[in-house]
Write a protein that binds this ligand. Structure first.
Ligand code: PLP
Ligand code: NAG
Ligand code: NAG
Length: 422
């Protein structure tokens, strides 16, 4: 098992592509199943799941009562048991349009909003719409692996621009310019960042928008962690700069409302010039949506009330816990010599940290580290190679704080036990 895991992680690009095509993609889910499979069944301690961002099992991350009530009401009404229209129910589209309009200097219309089965479905729709023979797309490194997997399926060539760890994981504009050619159709920006935990400043986003304009790129802005910020920078929507460059905004209830299982997301043309709506790309997007499944109708019907009635207190409580978690992880990891954190997370639910395997005995790389940690300590974290950075690690800190501390203690014990004698 251990060797299989490591081998899969070490496949080269071509082999990985084949794995993806044959349905064995090294997605985060597959990596996680390998890690969970490596757990020692005789170890009676609880698993500490720091591998994927789903805080919903923890009491402190229960969704808002208002959101639960809204869904109960629409379900009980027995009026939303049928199919919904292709692009979503009009009141839900209207509510999302208003929700996004609050953060941009123009009015987003109901017709700009397309409801999706979570943000992942939005990614699938956007990349399918962009895929024409010979085209390529710019993705960040480190990445959210879903983009790579979907691009491989749709036949889009992927080029990776760099995020600079020493610079708060800002986008390396030079690498964006160097990678772009006449066949580059779009750049994906994830802000707040997964896996980086970064939150970009207004100035940086404007610079990215100006660069995209100069290079003729559509910007796909993944804002699934919208408003989940607890550092110095407030959340700014890329759509604020849509008069400079057309922006396709992706989002969902999954992370901000802590309900990834509700599968309610959106794809929005934040585009005051109307350029995007008239494009061939949007024709393909609509075509693909018309052959896609719709999000559950009773969840759609609850959208206006979920947005309107969720108390500010719910959001601030959640941000407070995540901010506390970010403090805990940043401080605790400093006690582990083989790990360095370039930045304290300022948003989302993740931190990327660098691993120095030469300080450890008999650990070959990040995948090996994570597999052995799962086996010895029942702690699940994600190897950086699954997000494009070998010998880094992605950790989610969206756990009940006491459980997070427990997980970090076990990581520390693991590193001490496996440390090379000086
Ligand atoms: C979690 C996540 C998604 C997927 O969101 P869903 O709404 O659960 O489909 C998309 N993009 C990023 C960056 C994420 O972290
Ligand atoms: C890219 O397009 C420009 C303008 O259409 C053209 O002059 C140039 O030769 C093209 N470059 C390549 C590498 O095809
Ligand atoms: C890793 O640790 C070794 C041993 O302590 C040290 O010599 C080396 O400089 C470290 N490498 C990095 C990249 O920090």
């Amino acid at each position: 098992m251990e060797n299989n895991g490591s081998k899969l992680w070490r496949l080269n690009k071509e082999e990985k592509k084949e794995e993806v095509k044959s349905g064995k993609a090294l997605t985060i889910r597959i990596a996680l199943s390998l890690l969970f499979g490596n757990i020692d069944s005789n170890d009676e301690r609880q698993v500490v799941p720091m591998g994927h961002g789903d805080p919903s099992p923890f009491n402190c991350f229960r969704t808002s009562v208002a959101a639960e009530d809204a869904v109960v009401d629409t379900l009980r009404s027995a009026t939303f048991n049928g199919y919904a229209p292709f692009y979503g129910q009009p009141p839900a589209r209207e509510a999302i349009a208003e929700y996004i309009s609050k953060d941009v200097p123009y009015k987003v219309s109901r017709d700009d909003v397309y409801l999706t089965l979570g943000c992942k479905h939005g990614i699938q729709i956007a990349l399918t719409g962009l895929s024409t023979p010979g085209c390529n797309i710019l993705l960040p490194r480190p990445t959210f692996a879903m983009y790579d997997a979907v691009a491989a399926y749709t036949g889009l060539e992927v080029r990776k621009y760099h995020l600079i760890p020493e610079n708060g994981w800002e986008i390396d504009i030079n690498s964006v310019e160097a990678l772009t050619d006449n066949n580059t159709v779009a750049i994906v920006v994830i802000n707040p960042g997964n896996p980086s935990g970064s939150v970009y400043t207004r100035q940086h986003l404007q610079k990215v928008a100006e660069t995209a304009r100069k290079l003729g790129l559509l910007v796909i802005s993944d804002e699934v962690y919208e408003h989940i910020t607890f550092g110095n920078n407030p959340f700014v929507r890329m759509g604020e700069f849509a008069s400079i460059v057309p922006v396709l905004t992706l989002g969902s209830f999954s992370k901000r409302w802590l309900v990834p299982g509700w599968r309610l997301g959106w794809l929005v043309t934040t585009d005051p010039t109307g350029f995007l709506q008239k494009s061939q790309f949007m024709e393909r997007v609509k075509e693909f949506i018309s052959i896609s499944p719709e999000p559950p109708t009773f969840i759609q019907a609850a959208v206006p009330e979920i947005i309107e009635k969720t108390e500010e207190e719910f959001f601030s409580k959640c941000i407070n816990v995540l901010g506390q978690d970010a403090d805990i992880i940043f401080e605790k990891l400093k006690e582990i010599p083989c790990i360095t954190c370039p930045n304290k997370p300022e948003g989302s639910m993740f931190i990327m940290v660098k691993l120095n395997v030469s300080m450890l005995n008999d650990i070959q790389d990040d995948a090996d580290f994570c597999l052995k940690l799962a086996k010895q300590e029942k702690v699940i974290i994600l190897p950086g190679s699954t997000v494009g950075m070998e010998n880094w690690i992605r950790i989610t800190f969206a756990l009940e704080p006491s459980i997070l501390e427990e997980g970090l203690e076990r990581m520390k014990a693991f590193c001490q036990r496996n440390a090379k004698a000086l």
